[in-house]
Design a protein around this ligand. Structure first.
Ligand SMILES: [Zn+2]
Length: 349
């Protein structure tokens, strides 16, 4: 059973809040090199902006309404919030093909997140495994599982270890090479949609999309395609960045210091709970459970580090206090459904 803070069960839907985490094991020394990260993200966005033509996004990805309210300006991109469903998105983005090209050749992601070998095992045990256990809370038995946007493959790896016939699809060559060689993760390199097309209908027991749906330019069509490949009774688990999080509020306040969450090249759309519900319901899924847990307090720590580099670093007295109370403070945000990530499990009936 996965570790969480609190839970409630309303009707047929289960809600879980919070997850204990030791941020110092996950992102070692991150608070002392935030400025470097900030510079890296700025450079990546500049590369994207100067290499590929921008595409205008004039209506909501989910409910298609064109009425929206501006909510943040980040690196020259405007984030707007859909007036109907709260889905939040940039008014300019890039084509799927251009983004695939960008991600495929980028060494940015594998080095940013996975550059530190000491954190791999912690990430596998304390980030990936609990997510699989959350999925398994709802599934009966373990069959064929497909993971999209796998990164270095921590989700398909723990799924396989847990008894699933698991495969992960990842577009970045670097991540696939690293995950296959260093971790033994079951990974294939390429486009998720191309691999999905090769799978027969109603063949999959589960599909997991962790930090992936926000990268697609037509999430509704995408979810429909996935639906046809899932067996009746099978499940989908999705993690998306949350528009209504404390992290979003911090970033709207200090957009010049953004290097995660509201980064236009990564998250050109963020989901509200309403837009996530609508996306799943529109495409035929029945929602089974939510898990709200985030790194919003860590986000605040990052921003304080940028503003006060002299007191940055996890050994500063201020951050020691934050770290000491992190789980407790973050749980309060999670219970208010203000976490920067939402994870949902839904079922094809
Ligand atoms: Zn909408």
């Amino acid at each position: 059973m996965f570790e969480f803070g609190t839970s409630e069960h309303l009707g047929d839907i289960s809600y879980f809040y919070g997850k204990p985490i030791d941020i110092t094991k996950l992102k070692v020394d991150v608070l002392s090199d935030v400025r470097k990260k900030l510079q890296n993200v700025g450079d990546q966005i500049k590369t994207l902006q100067t290499t590929y033509p921008a595409v205008q996004q004039t209506s909501c990805y989910i409910c298609k309404d064109s009425a929206s309210v501006p909510c943040a300006e980040v690196y020259g991109f405007t984030y707007v919030r859909c007036a109907t469903c709260g889905h939040t998105y940039t008014t300019e983005r890039y084509s799927e093909q251009d983004l695939l090209d960008f991600y495929k050749n980028s060494t940015f992601y594998s080095t940013q997140t996975y550059g530190n070998p000491a954190s791999h095992q912690y990430r596998i045990d304390h980030v990936a495994r609990p997510k699989m256990e959350f999925l398994e809370y709802f599934t009966k038995g373990k069959g064929r599982l497909l993971d999209g946007g796998s990164g270095i493959g921590d989700i398909p790896l723990v799924a396989k270890q847990s008894g699933w016939d698991a495969t992960g699809i990842e577009v970045s060559k670097d991540s696939v090479q690293f995950g296959t060689e260093q971790l033994g993760a079951p990974l294939l390199q390429g486009s998720f949609m191309e691999h999905l097309d090769l799978i027969e209908e109603r063949a999959l027991d589960a599909v997991t999309l962790i930090g992936f749906l926000e990268h697609t330019i037509d999430p509704i069509h995408f979810l429909q395609q996935v639906y046809t490949k899932i067996k009746p009774g099978g499940h989908i688990m999705i993690q998306v960045p949350s528009a209504d999080s404390f992290a979003s509020m911090i970033q709207a306040s200090f957009p010049q210091n953004v290097f995660r969450h509201m980064v236009p090249m990564d998250h050109y759309q963020l989901f509200s709970k309403d837009s996530l519900d609508r996306a799943l319901e529109q495409t035929g899924y029945t929602i089974r459970g939510y898990w709200f847990h985030g790194l919003d307090l860590y986000e605040l720590m990052n921003h304080l580090s940028i503003m006060h580099p002299e007191s940055a670093g996890t050994d500063s007295p201020l951050f020691q206090t934050f770290l000491e109370h992190m789980d407790k403070l973050q749980l309060v945000m999670d219970q208010a459904q203000k976490s920067d990530r939402i994870i949902v499990v839904a079922q094809k009936i």
